[in-house]
Design a protein around this ligand. Structure first.
Ligand SMILES: Nc1ncnc2c1ncn2[C@@H]1O[C@H](COP(=O)(O)OP(=O)(O)OP(=O)(O)O)[C@@H](O)[C@H]1O
Length: 248
């Protein structure tokens, strides 16, 4: 556990009606406390999870597109919307870690290829020993998790499940378990995956609430919809289609 909290600096905000302060979860946010090695951000599409995660990554000094402190490449604007409006509290302060967004993973892989071209000794060390472009999306993700993740680090991950089959999501849970049980790694993960969310003892912040609130796993929509679907698929679908048909 390294990052203890993130605080929104309301006094710096000039206009609460513009993005990102207009997002309901952010508008009412004050301080989020982290007291478990694994924290999840959940909520509907567009509820503000990535916006906050990018702001945290910026304050950690990580490349806001994807990467760690030394990943000096840009994909788009380098200062995320919330970057200058939040304050992080650490105990102890660490500098190591990684920010990963599924959608910019491709650019990160290309950046590594450039490094390898410029420096023949690079050897993709920490990245599975070969170009991430030569591995499938899921393989590349998992090899990053298995090889690059080390100790005393904070990992900020935006929808890591996007590339992972259910089996590999379980493998990823094992990676999280191995790293966080030694209390040497902290994870903050924005996710829609009911598998990842099931990690035992994790803190789950719900971005559909305003202000953002903690929620139990079983109370998340992700759990309820998925378990309802899997347990009673036919009735569930009948109900779903009946509602749509009634609306037509
Ligand atoms: N650069 C921007 N300018 C204006 N609005 C934006 C910008 N980026 C995101 N938004 C809006 O802010 C809201 C929150 O977006 P954000 O990406 O943080 O959501 P999210 O919870 O991560 O969603 P998802 O689960 O779909 O990834 C959305 O309504 C989005 O359209």
């Amino acid at each position: 556990m390294f990052l203890k909290s993130v605080k929104l600096l309301h006094e710096k905000i000039e206009n609460h009606r513009v993005y990102p302060f207009s997002i309901p979860s952010i508008k009412e946010m004050d301080t989020l406390h982290f007291y478990e090695p694994v924290t999840f951000f959940v909520g509907e599409n567009g509820s503000g999870k990535s916006t906050l995660l990018e702001g945290i990554a910026y304050q950690c000094g990580f490349n806001s597109a994807s990467g760690g402190r030394n990943s000096l490449y840009t994909v788009e604007s380098s200062i995320p919307a919330l970057g200058e409006y939040i304050r992080l509290s650490w105990l102890p302060k660490i500098n190591q870690g990684f920010f990963l967004r599924a959608e910019s993973f491709y650019h990160f892989a290309t950046y590594l290829d450039q490094l390898a071209e410029e420096d023949p000794t690079f050897g993709y060390e920490g990245y599975g020993g070969k170009s991430l472009h030569e591995q499938s999306h899921g393989e590349a993700f998992l090899s990053l998790f298995l090889n690059r993740f080390g100790s005393r680090s904070i990992y900020l991950l935006d929808e890591p499940e996007a590339a992972l089959s259910p089996g590999r999501q379980l493998a990823f849970l094992r990676v999280i378990h191995d790293l966080s049980k030694k209390e040497e790694a902290q994870f903050i993960i924005a996710t829609h995956s009911p598998i990842l969310l099931g990690y035992p003892g994790a803190q789950i912040y719900n971005f559909d609430a305003s202000p953002i609130q903690e929620i139990a796993y079983e109370e998340t929509e992700h759990y309820q919809i998925t378990s309802g679907f899997l347990n009673r698929r036919e009735r569930f679908l009948e109900e779903l289609f009946r509602i749509e048909d009634d609306e037509d």
